[in-house]
Design a protein around this ligand. Sequence first.
Ligand SMILES: [Zn+2]
Length: 82
Amino acid sequence: MDTLEWMNLKPTIDDMDKWSQLWAVHDEPIPHISCRRCDGSQSIHDPSEPFVHGPLCTLRSAQSKFPWRDLQWIMRSLRQKQ
Ligand SMILES: [Zn+2]
């Protein structure tokens, strides 16, 4: 699968409300996304790496491992609806 194809895959979470119940976006010190259930976080610089949750996180297996991609997908589909 090439990068573009991967970026276009429809995520499991496809609306902003659901996404923001699972993830939080932070600007400092560099933009990153953190899990709301554990200490896991992911920098904007490695969006294609699977997200690493804490060992006891309840979202470890259930949710998408690519929150940046999902966020981008959601933003793009919101734009298309306007
Ligand atoms: Zn987590």
